[in-house]
Design a protein around this ligand. Sequence first.
Ligand SMILES: NC(=O)c1ccc[n+]([C@@H]2O[C@H](COP(=O)([O-])OP(=O)(O)OC[C@H]3O[C@@H](n4cnc5c(N)ncnc54)[C@H](O)[C@@H]3O)[C@@H](O)[C@H]2O)c1
Length: 441
Amino acid sequence: MAEKAKAPNGKLGVMIVGLGAVSTTFITGVMMTRKGLAKPVGSMTQYDKIRVGRGADKKYLKYKDIVPLADLNDIEFAAWDVYPANAYESALNAEVLKEKDIEPVKEELIKIKPLKAAFDHNYAKRLTGDNVKDAKTRWDMVEQIREDIRKFKEESGVERVVVLWAASTEVYVPVNEKVHYKLEDLEKAMKENDVENIAPSMCYAYAALKEGAPFIMGAPNTTVDIPAMWELAEQTKMPIAGKDFKTGQTLVKSGFAPIIGTRCLGLNGWFSTNILGNRDGLVLDEPANFRTKEVSKLSTLESILVPEEQPDLYGHGNDEDTQYYHKVRINYYPPRNDNKEGWDNIDIFGWMGYPMQIKINFLCRDSILAAPLCLDLVLLSDLAARAGRYGTQRFLSFFLKSPQHDYTEDEVPVNHLFQQYVMLKNAIREMGGYEADEEID
Ligand SMILES: NC(=O)c1ccc[n+]([C@@H]2O[C@H](COP(=O)([O-])OP(=O)(O)OC[C@H]3O[C@@H](n4cnc5c(N)ncnc54)[C@H](O)[C@@H]3O)[C@@H](O)[C@H]2O)c1
């Protein structure tokens, strides 16, 4: 039987890379909830109930009644950013939340002043801030981030730290076997300042894991999605997960595609497009940064509706006639700011191949959807560390667009939302001392 999680000891430090729209919405929401002025809607750790026990013994309990989650009152925040604005100024600039939802926690927010960022302009060309570390090499970056984590622990008195990346999407870094497969090669490349293969995000992840902090990647960056980082997470006994918060369109996709798959309908094409006007949208307007996002967004559908398994249903539609056509686009459109609009056009076919269409128009709020994921990922990775779980945490795939999987062994990721939910529930059961099971609730 898996290990039961130990009760938390002292406070939990949450160090966030990037103090932009998502992070300030997350931090402000936690602070407002603590004061009883807001509700943490969308957070599974605060609302969801899971069945434990079977038959006459079954009960439905909130996560906190099954496992020893950290309490919201025990969280202390810190952040790094390229721009020097504090969390209050940054929350106002982001224009996600209304002033009335920020002002009551103004004093607390002002205290969160961003630490200097480990940043390389070549990884996000549209950012021009100068609150940046002066680092000669990538290894030097690592050392400075490690020092930041130690200092934060000392000054705030927190017992444990989780590091969460909610910074901009970096340019696409393809996996390079010579650098990214073995930990010793990765370290060598950092010391030799191989700026092509070592993104700043890798320095944050490396530093976090070395300092005994779980690391969560909220953007689609390659960062921990490399064997060298898996090796480090095993060595330091720290949890890591997949990448890229599963918020709007991909959440819909991973929940909707199973309808097509379960009813054995055919798919000719799925076209997804978005308009978005926040800083994230601006960075993603750069083709090299969008490429990172595109890879992450495309993978979802392909592992749910698999052409090789059902060639009659999914084997048509693209140039080679071997697979449905799948296209994803993001367009920067400032007037909408953080209120993203996503359109999905799905060309399906039914009995005897007759075509039909489904249209989904999701008018969402990006950071409002991402904030509860930040909270859940932070609390659950802290919990996993206390349960002695380390390395890739597959149960966290529920919250991420790209579940981490061992591609060197051809492991297929689980993208199906409801299968991911079963993994999540079973991990919670196990960490609460119950048995995992597959019973239908
Ligand atoms: N909101 C969503 O629905 C959603 C979903 C999935 C992923 N994401 C990802 O979350 C991330 C944050 O989104 P956002 O809307 O808050 O963006 P944002 O642009 O408002 O904030 C990102 C912040 O990160 C800072 N930054 C960039 N590189 C940095 C570095 N190396 N070190 C420290 N700070 C750095 C920027 O200066 C900026 O302030 C993006 O990568 C986005 O793709 C968001």
